[in-house]
Design a protein around this ligand. Structure first.
Ligand code: SF4
Length: 257
């Protein structure tokens, strides 16, 4: 393994393998009884059922191997068509369900998924122009007591430094990126429609980040979960240097092309 994986990701992967084993076991039982039943009527029916099971097990193993490789090593094989869609729409719900049964906190699972998704997406954003990046921020990142109305124009921030908006605005200016504050999913979708970015760097809580990633598919979204030291939706924080590092990577990749 090329790097240490976080505790959240280790839990996610344990749930992933457990879910896969349960699905495989259920498939095996279904195949067994269906094949026995079909063999009573005709051997070819049993053969078709066996073939379908092999296809199911084969595609599951193929997908799981690619997903596990990326999740455990941080590398990927490039883009396998529909891979992200399967991960978002199939893998995550199954893992979330297994996690719920075992009492694992949902945010932990989503956080790990967002990080794995970031690694998958990085391959897609290579070589994109920094000007085509949209940085999308939640309204709660602004200091609760700050009365400036940033949703219409984040440039109104006077840079007092009491919240992370100041540094994010400076980064956006430095790299010539679009940056906006969204008050919710509808506004976020409108901003994406208006700015037509190639890449979105989104900051939000786990729940909003996940729905944003799913809503904007196939647009690549690199997500950053906010921290909530003052409670939900109030004066939240984000690790700004992680966002700048991500921009630098895209910038360097673009220059290397
Ligand atoms: S940095 Fe200061 S002025 Fe800017 S949004 Fe935050 S609190 Fe308001």
């Amino acid at each position: 393994m090329s790097k240490m994986i976080s505790k959240d990701r280790a839990i996610f992967m344990a749930l992933f393998f457990l879910s896969g084993s349960i699905l495989f076991g259920a498939g095996l039982i279904i195949w067994y009884f269906m094949a026995i039943g079909a063999a009573v009527y005709a051997d070819w029916m049993a053969a078709v059922i066996t073939l379908l099971f092999i296809l199911f097990a084969g595609s599951m193993t193929f997908f799981s191997a690619i997903f596990a490789y990326t999740a455990l090593t941080g590398k990927n094989f490039g883009q396998v068509k529909g891979f992200r869609r399967v991960a978002q729409r199939l893998t995550l719900p199954v893992v979330l369900r297994t996690g719920k049964m075992l009492g694992v906190e949902k945010d932990r699972i989503v956080r790990a998924f967002v990080n794995i998704n970031n690694e998958i997406v990085r391959n897609l954003v290579k070589g994109k122009k920094p000007e085509s990046i949209l940085v999308l921020l939640p309204h709660c990142l602004q200091l609760e007591d700050c009365e400036l109305k940033l949703t219409s124009d984040i440039g109104k921030c006077v840079g007092c430094g009491k919240c992370d908006i100041k540094d994010l605005v400076e980064i956006a200016e430095k790299y010539n990126l679009a940056i906006n504050v969204a008050t919710g999913g509808t506004v976020a979708r409108r901003i994406v429609k208006d700015t037509k970015p190639d890449v979105i760097l989104a900051v939000a809580c786990e729940r909003d980040l996940l729905s944003g990633i799913q809503d904007t598919y196939p647009l690549p979204v690199i997500g950053f979960c906010n921290r909530r030291p003052s409670g939900e939706c109030r004066s939240t924080r984000v690790n700004v240097s992680l966002i700048e590092d991500e921009i630098k990577k895209i910038y360097n990749d673009q220059e290397a092309i």
